[in-house]
Design a protein around this ligand. Structure first.
Ligand SMILES: C[S@@+](CC[C@H](N)C(=O)[O-])C[C@H]1O[C@@H](n2cnc3c(N)ncnc32)[C@H](O)[C@@H]1O
Length: 247
């Protein structure tokens, strides 16, 4: 990861003032919301479904638990968690993403989810409220990641668990090169063809490159107060499941 210059944060490969990032990210997701689900399948060849299934299996949600799916977007993680009978709150900063999620839930006959607009950095939930906190492909878009991790810790009860699914850096050399070429050349073209929006997809790829590597991000999770942290890399770390516990 290249660290952004002082007083700036990364927005893809650009360094921009921190005060601008949340709005710029908001613009990206407002723009992709309607085509987000179709693009996920196209870009990952359907693999995102496998990663999300595994993520929720690792979480082991149980009936009666209160679970916060942060940056929950169009509901992919929440729908999987809800199958367990747990109560799920889907929180996201972007109303367009939530709207698509609510429509999808209605079409699938999934009810009982709570949908709420919220910034991961400043949550209105009380301390020690949730049994588990999940965030999938969301944390790299947050402006102040340490602040969001501290909020995750605050809203979890003692014994609560934190789970994060995020792109990372694959350590498989040949695969890393192939993925690099694919993501920089093919993904923006797919974005242009399928969503008429190459720039947003360019941002999404570039933001993956600027995200901290697995040991660094695990350190950030520990710094927020979590213990017994761990990481499960998939495809050599192209995607990783990070977890930690609050005591
Ligand atoms: C790539 S989508 C992931 C959606 C969903 N979790 C999934 O896996 O399909 C990233 C989501 O993060 C949300 N997001 C970005 N910054 C956020 C913030 N500061 N607080 C809450 N949500 C945020 C975006 O609005 C978007 O819905």
């Amino acid at each position: 990861m290249n660290a952004p210059a002082p007083d700036t944060v990364s927005f893809g490969y650009e360094d921009i003032p921190a005060s601008e990032k949340t709005a710029r990210v908001g613009g990206v997701f407002s723009s992709v919301a309607a085509r987000y689900d179709i693009m996920n399948d196209a870009m990952s060849g359907g693999m995102h479904r496998v990663w999300k299934d595994r993520f929720v299996r690792r979480l082991k949600p149980r009936e009666g638990e209160q679970i916060l799916d942060m940056a929950g977007g169009t509901g992919d993680i929440a729908f999987r968690i809800a199958e367990s009978g747990a109560s799920v709150t889907v929180a996201d900063i972007n109303p367009q993403m939530l709207e698509v999620g609510m429509e999808r839930a209605a079409k699938r006959g999934i009810d009982g989810l709570v949908w709420t607009e919220a910034n991961a950095e400043t949550l209105a939930f009380p301390d020690r409220f949730f049994d588990a906190y999940t965030i999938a492909f969301g944390i790299r878009n947050v402006t102040d990641i340490p602040k969001a991790l501290r909020e995750a810790h605050r809203v979890l009860r003692r014994g609560g668990r934190f789970f994060c699914l995020e792109f990372s850096t694959t350590v498989w050399p040949g695969f890393a090169d192939a993925y690099d070429a694919y993501s920089h050349k093919v993904v923006p073209q797919l974005g242009k063809l399928l969503a008429q929006d190459a720039d947003s997809y360019r941002y999404l790829i570039e933001s993956i490159r600027r995200f901290p590597d697995m040991p660094t991000f695990e350190g950030m999770i520990r710094d927020a107060g979590f213990i017994q942290t761990g990481v499960e890399p998939m495809l050599g770390g192209l995607v990783a499941i990070h977890h930690g516990w609050k005591i």
